[in-house]
Every structure is written in C-alpha cells, then in structure tokens.
Design a protein around this ligand. Sequence first.
Ligand SMILES: [Zn+2]
Length: 404
Amino acid sequence: MATVNIRRDVDDKFYRYKMPLLQIKVEGRGNGIKTVIPNMEDIARALNRPPTYPTKFFGCELGAQTSMANDRYIVNGQHTADRLRELLDTFIEKFVLCPSCKNPETELVITGRSGHEDMHRDCKACGRQNGIDMRHKLVAYIIKNPPKKKEKGGKKGKKSGGMTAEANVGGPLVFEKTAAEDGSGGEDDDASPAQTPQDGGVPTKGTDIDNVLGRSDPVLDNPDAAEEVSRKLAKADLNDDDDDEYAGDSPYAILGAWLEENQDASDADIIAKIKEVGIAGKHKVLIEIGHHLFSEEIAKEVEKREPLLQALVTSEKHQKSLLGGIERLLALSPNSDALLAAGTTSKVLMALYQADILDEDLVQNWGTHVSKKYVDKDKSKKVRKSAEAFLKWLEEADDESEEE
Ligand SMILES: [Zn+2]
C-alpha cells in the first residue's frame, strides 16, 4: 500500500513520519451515494488519532453527514480522493502537527471543566503546548468523544470513541454547517463546500450493493436511497395512531411472514418488500424486523443487518418498535429461557448501541420499564434481566465520564 509523508509538503523520502495514502470507494447511487474511506483506521493510527476525528472533520468541512459505525468510515455524497487528501492535510495541520516544530507526535489534551473546555496539542518532540482553533466544529465533537486514555484500555471503546448517532436519531436529516460558513477554519481551503458531486477519477464500480442487485431502480435497490424515502415517510408516520391493531392479512403480518421465510434476503430485497406492501417508513415495520428477521442466532445476525437497521430506524418510535420486536423474538422462542440466560439480550443491545441504532437514554429507559405491550409482564421482566450486563455497562460508562 502506498504511503506518503504525513506532511505532504515535505518532499524528503526519508522523512520519518509516514501514513497510508488515503483511499476511497464510492458506493451507492443517486441520493444514497457515499464515499467510503477503507483505510481510515490505518491512517488514523499513523496520526495517533481516533479514526472518527478525521472522518468527522471531512463531514464538517464538506457539510456532509458521516457514518462511523462498525469500523466503516463514510462521508455521504461523492467526493474525490484528491479532495479528501487535501482535507486530511488540513486536519493534520489543525489537529495533529505541533505548530512550533511541525512534528506530528502530539497528543490532544482537553482541560477545563465541563462546558468550559479548552484543548491543546501536547508535543512529544519539543515539549511545547499549543492551542487549537476552538471555533472549529470538530472541537465540540472531540470534547464529547475525547481521545482514549491509554491506561483505561479498550473496554469501553464506544464511550470514548465515536458516538455517531446523528445519522440515526429521530427527525429529518440535519446537515451541519460547514466550518467555512461558521467563520472558522478552512483558510487553506478555497473550494466551495462540496455537496455537489465532483468529476474526475472517481471509481464508481464495485459496490457490494450494486453487485448483489444488478438492477437499476436507484431508490428501490439502494438501502441509502431507500433511507431517504423512509425518512420522509417516517415524518408522516409520526401522526399515525400508535395503538391500532391489524388483522392477520395486514401489511405487517404479510411482511412478518415473508421475513420469516426469507431471513437470508438481501437488505435491498427487504426494503423492496417493505415498499411493496406499502409500509415504508412506518415504525411498526421494525417490530416485524425485530421479531421475524432473526433466529436464535440473533446476537450474530444483528451485526450483519446493521446497515439495514441504520437505514430503517429513523426515530425514537422506530427504536422502540425494534426493541419490542426483539423482545417478542427472545420471549417467544422455544428456547427462550436458555437464550435469555445466555445474556443474548445484552449482546444484541450492545451491537445495536455500538452501531448507533439505539440511543443510550432510550435503552436505559427501556431497561428499567417492564411493559406488557409486546409480551406478558413476566417475560418482559426476564428479557430485561437478560440485558442486565449491558445496562450495567452503560451505567458504569456514564459514571466514569462524569468523574472525568
Ligand atoms: Zn513541537
């Protein structure tokens, strides 16, 4: 793999500090097009920063949504490798290099009390401490997701790593203002914030989704485009009566039965089916998904379905429905007791939480409120008991971040 000097303005091929050359892969089509950075983790390691920081930086600078779940670092929209490499240079300049000696061996240090934080780069080479531009959008993100302290180890990676829930929490898509609009940053950045696709050198083939599909409807066949659709529909869904019940031949029952029969279906086919029965965007779709798409191996299966769930879960109602569906699956399974005793609920919730499909507050609230909405009270209690390890982990992680 090609490497470049961390300071690309330094020509010296014996320059000590190298990083992999940023690579991109454009996936999806139409509104769902996105730019994946497959080697972001390696780049970030070379820079001694979490991979979420440069990714989020790209999002700030480009006015684009980012997604950083599941070790995949993605900027929505189509961007060229050159553009992202330039932005990476800017990131390195602003958040990595020591301004005094231009050495990249620095650490970001956050000081000050909550709400009044300050941040500086601590240089290992010259020992100086230099501030950073606190007006940059990325700063708020870093404060919320501070660099991992080495002695604490990786146990709670999510807590100190990348909280990237903004792509999934309820409500419409919110594009962040770019740093340029903000009046901060971007001084060596003369291109306009790019929401428009750029030409030149962008490989557009080889996406898994395309390969699986080989069809041409950009909305039907692309989970991301479908996400746009489902977001719009989700809004309409908010006015739905929550408690209406459907008969056996309801679209939900049809979807549930179909899912049960087609647990191996591709994400795109599932989305197509949801559209076909006319309930795209409805939060109750997630009850069927949670209940019927998975088997007793749900703890493993759910990870494979993270992109689908990220696309479908667009509000808190959707999250609650998903939890309800999973609750039904776990409570009604013939091996329910064994599954629950094995802590399956904890494993499933952890995966969903790490993938930013479930919000922390919502899960905590779910965990402390036994409900007979989906299963009987006794079962509901057992399901929550089986989530104990995860809920305890969440709580401890909370206490820990409050101490800091
Ligand atoms: Zn220095």
